[in-house]
Design a protein around this ligand. Sequence first.
Ligand code: BGC
Length: 516
Amino acid sequence: MAGGVVVSAAGGKTYPGRMTAFVFFTCLVASSGGLIFGYDIGISGGVTSMDSFLKQFFPSVYAQAEASKDANQYCKFNSQLLTLFTSSLYLAALATSFVAASVTRVFGRKWSMFCGGITFLVGSALNGAATDVLMLILGRILLGIGVGFANQSVPLYLSEMAPAKLRGMLNIGFQLMTTIGILAANLINYATVGIEGGWGWRVGLGLAGVPALVITIGALALPDTPNSLIARGYNDDAKAVLVKIRGTDDVHDEYDDMVAASEEAAAVAHPWRNILERKYRPQLTVAVLIPMFQQLTGINVIMFYAPVLFLTIGFGDDASLMSAVITGLVNMFATIVSIVSVDRLGRRALFLQGGTQMFISQIVVGTLIALQFGTAGVGEMSRSNAMLLVLFICLYVAGFAWSWGPLGWLVPSEVFSLEIRSAGQSIAVCVNMTLTFIIGQAFLSMLCTFKFGLFYFFAGWMFVMTAFIALFLPETKGVAIEEMHLVWSQHWFWGKYVNGDGDGSRHGGGNRRMNG
Ligand code: BGC
């Protein structure tokens, strides 16, 4: 029965199978969930820097920005209401991720994706047609519910469908779509800012319906993952899907392991309580710290506020959106670097290299801004310094795009065993969204208070997280998802949590199956 099973370098198994066109297309469609996430990240920054939008919805911010044109550069756009427009979405997404955990577990991954698409569709209609701030914020909340469902289910779906040796690549499809969404939004911002009559922002907000349609229809057409089908008692369907996605009939061993994992998972009645057990401490730590660190890189300062930031630095209206397009392109192309290298070089190498590059870039950006604006925040940046600044912002974005960006979603989605996978992913989404909310909400006032020091603040975090990876994150490339517990039990630090007091039949079970 063990057929083509071999033991991988990490000590787990590798199952027979190859990349099939079927798995490629299902993953491509599911990844489009990233489009809705990315589109929003990109659109709000552009829209909130459009005069016509500010005049209609946030007249006091507009007046303040006009009045302080020549005054303190750091404090121009500081308004809690304006940042609430951007960040309310993340508040809704974090609350939704818990509901999504149950939908994903009980009804399957695909229905969570569908719920995400459809709520997002309604939200984009509401936003495009908004006549007051209330409609705007309500629309943003619906978009947030959509993102909560999609970000909970899509990364899990991809990690479960992919063969272990290509899991990194296929999972990063989600991040690639996120970056495409951001870029599309940046381009649309650029194209609509000059529309006569000042209703360009309506086009930008309303067009969010397009990616929403893609994922809504796509979700209906997708099969569910074998793990989810087995967990819900559709064993024959699961086997049929597995044969199709692996491109071989020799799937017995992988199937048997999935059934065994599912039986153990079924015995767990309270995933939320279980996840707190000592033996899951390493996974829980990763589910909390990786998304938290991902946001503490400060990436969304660039993603949300690049247009505002570039305005602050002294670029004109168009130039600022154009710069956002440049960072959008870098973000997308650099993600491809990650796609092709993540299953070869591994997660750790990308984290360590990308983290170091981001650390250096943050320091340079902070220093350039300090030299130009000092603490008083007055002055204009010279052309050459502004160019240098854009260059280092691009290096920073590139570093993020092949490390913390994709891996911030990949790693939490692959480290959990089935019984706590859905709950674990919700925690990851919730932490990510909470931090996105906090940073989105606080950035403009932090810039106003910390000034250029804000960039050193994020650089400090870069140092901490890179050290964390070096010491505490085991390599997970190529390890079958049902065998992941082995990387924890072999780790110098986490081993004692996982192996201690003979607590987990799951772990014994895993070894038994591996040796047998
Ligand atoms: C992060 C987002 C970020 C985006 C940028 C994602 O992985 O979760 O917060 O805006 O990457 O590409």
